[in-house]
Each structure stands twice: as structure tokens, then as C-alpha cells.
Design a protein around this ligand. Structure first.
Ligand code: SF4
Ligand code: SF4
Length: 407
């Protein structure tokens, strides 16, 4: 699973009281039903791996431990050797530091709680005469800090977790995000394609760790900038709110069958962060480029998933278990077998990302031409072309160490 199931879940609707020109559910491609319920982070599969005996096991405990302590015995398989774990765990070092910094205060910042490592800003606020101009500036500053994608949307309480989760108490705790921050800056960082192509491997988890490290740097820098302008800013990564509905509304991409955000620039190979703020900003609009219609035809991710956790049918309101959000019609992934697969192999899995036809290098003209074709009525031809010429096969991790990324 490349993103927590709670991150996979959910499509958005506009916040109550959104002004004229607000993005509607329809424009964002969302279908939120009457029996919708906000999601509690306690039901996220990673939280359940600590409190729920149905999910917690010796293997899941060992899975988490391998990110911090050496294996007792290294595997002989390429991609799971000592140097593969050495690199993966080093890539997680920065976000781990922040996650563990305030553990004795019952906080895991970036994963279960928002970041609080900021300095106070001045009382005086820089006047904002044009939210549109400030939005342009925020995107510019975000890119200076290293953001690959930056979009803006309005606060929508439905996607904020109803409760946070306390790892210390293994129980729910109150949501601390204030509800008077009207804007959300959504950022995304691309993950390394060469590493993802070695999935399944411990080595490939390096792409995830580096993605979170970049996310942390951008979130902290950008949020501090907003605070230095005199405004409030709460930087959040996997904690506090579902990222994908906010990212879709902010124009960063579309929702795929594998339950992940598919961006025009990097396909599904991204990690998402978000900053809640009262800085006056102008929201972006959702951007579509044909993903939903293409996913209607394509089954690459569901066929390749080793535990068949990805649906093969049309979007539906059915859920598998408590780790799925209730009352949203969409493609829903079964997080339980997905996580068990991770635990069994001692590393995260991104097979569904590796095989996705949108996992391409769009700096190349041929990839851009394919993306255009996939967004037209000739999408069957686009699917045939990827089957013939871009099968998404695994790159041997030994080759990655020897040769670097594929040509
Ligand atoms: S391929 Fe299946 S098991 Fe692997 S991350 Fe995707 S959904 Fe989970
Ligand atoms: S593999 Fe195919 S069906 Fe799955 S998300 Fe990617 S494009 Fe959609």
C-alpha cells in the first residue's frame, strides 16, 4: 500500500458556506452520499496495526521495527539485503526525527499530529490586497523550498479526521485543528521512478522515505513563511485530514482505481502534504486529463496486486472494513490484505504504482503524447500501446545498484 488507506479514501464536496465560484462536488468528480461519516484516524490501517488484534501480529510489529532496528538475519534476495534496508531506513531518518521529537508529549508529528516546531510570527500582518496574487506568490515560494506541485483549495471539514489517534494511549484523542482556517495549501513531492521500478523490495521504500523527507522540508519552510507574514499556518503531512480529496480539489490531479492521486506531471508517484491557513488565497479548480475514463478500461493495478486488494468493477459505495470511509462512491481498496502483504515482506509495496501506465517520465515527448492519447476517445489504443511498449516490469534491485535508473 503506497498511501494509507485513509489517504486513499474519500472524495470531496465543498465546504459549508463556500462563496460563489466554489468548487462543487460535481466539478471535482466526487459523489458523497447521505450516509457519509467523517473518518477517525484510529481506523487508519497503520493505527489499527497497534490497537486492533485483527491487524496486529508479530509480523506487523516486526515490520515497523525494521525501520529502526537491524534485522536479526539479512535476506539473501536482491532488494532485501543489508544495504537495501540501510538506504531505506536512512531515507526515513528526517521524518522519523520529527515523529519522535515529542513522543513523550503523546505526539507523532507528521504522521498522527500536526507539526508544532514553528516560531511565532509577528503580530502585524502583511496586507493582502489580491488573494490571487498571494496565491501566485505562495506557489512561487513553495517551489523555492522544493515543492514539485502546489495547489490551493478551501477548507472542507468533511475531510478532516473526526478524531486524531494517540499511539501512546492506543485510543482516539480530540482533533486539534481549528475550524476557522479557510484555506488549504496542498503540496506534492514526486517519488523517484527508478526506485519505484524495483518494487517489491525494501530498496523501493527509499522512494517513500525520501518523499516524506522532502514533504517535511517544504511543509515546515512554507508554513513558517506564512507565519512570518503574520498569519496562522498549521502544517500537516499524513495526520489531521485526508489528503487526496483536498489535492483533487486543489487541481493537483485525479483519483485512480488504485485509490491514489494521479497527477499530470508524475502520475501516481507522489507524496502529499497540506497547510491549513487564514492567509487570503484564491482557490484553484480541479484539473482533469482523462484518468477516470482511462481507469474504467484499465485493470493493470488490480491485475498486478498480489493480494487482489484493488477493485475490478466500477466505483461503488461498498466498503471492506472500518479502514474505509463510509458514504463515498468511489474505487475503494481493501487495506487489510494490502497491509498484511507489507508486513509479510517487511517493507511497503508500490506494485500498483509501478505498473500504472501513468507512472512515466513525462519530461519525454513520447510520454506526453501517450498521456494526451489516453485522455481522448482513443484511450483503448493508448492502453494497447502501454501493453506493447511499457509493460511496467520490475527492475532488478541489483541492476538498480549497478546501473541506476532505467533508460
Ligand atoms: S499492489 Fe496491492 S498490496 Fe501492493 S500496495 Fe497496491 S494495493 Fe497494496
Ligand atoms: S493501473 Fe490503470 S486502472 Fe489502475 S490506476 Fe493506473 S490507469 Fe487506473
Amino acid at each position: 500500500m503506497t498511501e494509507s488507506d485513509s489517504k486513499r479514501d474519500g472524495r470531496a464536496a465543498p465546504s459549508a458556506g463556500a462563496g460563489s465560484g466554489a468548487v462543487s462536488d460535481e466539478e471535482a468528480g466526487f459523489e458523497v452520499l447521505d450516509h457519509f461519516e467523517r473518518f477517525s484516524q484510529k481506523n487508519d490501517i497503520y493505527s489499527r496495526a497497534f490497537w486492533d488484534p485483527e491487524i496486529r501480529s508479530e509480523r506487523s510489529d516486526r515490520f515497523f521495527e525494521t525501520y529502526r532496528t537491524p534485522l536479526k538475519k539479512w535476506k539473501r534476495a536482491e532488494g532485501f539485503r543489508q544495504k537495501d534496508y540501510a538506504l531505506r531506513n536512512a531515507s526515513w531518518h528526517l521524518p522519523d526525527i520529527f515523529a519522535e521529537l515529542k513522543e513523550d508529549e503523546n505526539r507523532r508529528e507528521g504522521f498522527l499530529d500536526p507539526f508544532t516546531v514553528h516560531r511565532d510570527g509577528p503580530e502585524e500582518r502583511v496586507p493582502v490586497e489580491s488573494p490571487a496574487e498571494m496565491s501566485r506568490e505562495i506557489k512561487h515560494v513553495g517551489r523555492v523550498f522544493g515543492a514539485d506541485l502546489v495547489g490551493i483549495t478551501e477548507y472542507d471539514q468533511r475531510w478532516v479526521y473526526s478524531h486524531a489517534y494517540s499511539r501512546l494511549g492506543e485510543t482516539e484523542k480530540p482533533q486539534e485543528l481549528p475550524d476557522d482556517l479557510p484555506n488549504v495549501i496542498v503540496i506534492a513531492q514526486q517519488m523517484d521512478r527508478g526506485l519505484i521500478d524495483t518494487v517489491p523490495s525494501a530498496l523501493s521504500g527509499t522512494a517513500t522515505g525520501v518523499g516524506y523527507s522532502h514533504d517535511t522540508l517544504v511543509l515546515l519552510g512554507l508554513a513558517q513563511y506564512v507565519r512570518n507574514l503574520g498569519y496562522r499556518a498549521v502544517a500537516t503531512m499524513n495526520d489531521t485530514a485526508l489528503a487526496i480529496p483536498l489535492a483533487i480539489k486543489a487541481g493537483l490531479g485525479e483519483y485512480g482505481r488504485h485509490g491514489l492521486l494521479i497527477t499530470e506531471e508524475f502520475g501516481p508517484r507522489v507524496r502529499i502534504g497540506k497547510i491549513f491557513t487564514d492567509l487570503p488565497l484564491e482557490p484553484d479548480r480541479p484539473k482533469t486529463f482523462g484518468v477516470q475514463a482511462f481507469c474504467d478500461l484499465c485493470r493493470r493495478c488490480s491485475d498486478a496486486c498480489p493480494v487482489k486488494a484493488i477493485p475490478t468493477g466500477p466505483p461503488s459505495e461498498e466498503i471492506y472494513n472500518r479502514s474505509n470511509i463510509v458514504g463515498v462512491k468511489k474505487w475503494t481498496v481493501d487495506a487489510e490484505p494490502c497491509f498484511r502483504f507489507w508486513a509479510n515482506q517487511n517493507s511497503d509495496c508500490s506494485i500498483c504504482v509501478r505498473v500504472c501506465p501513468y507512472n512515466r517520465d513525462f519530461s519525454k515527448p513520447a510520454a506526453r503524447a501517450w498521456r494526451w492519447l489516453a485522455g481522448t476517445p482513443l484511450r483503448r489504443l493508448a492502453l494497447w500501446l502501454v501493453d506493447q511498449f511499457a509493460p511496467g516490469q520490475r527492475v532488478d534491485p541489483g541492476d538498480w545498484w549497478t546501473n541506476g535508473r532505467r533508460p
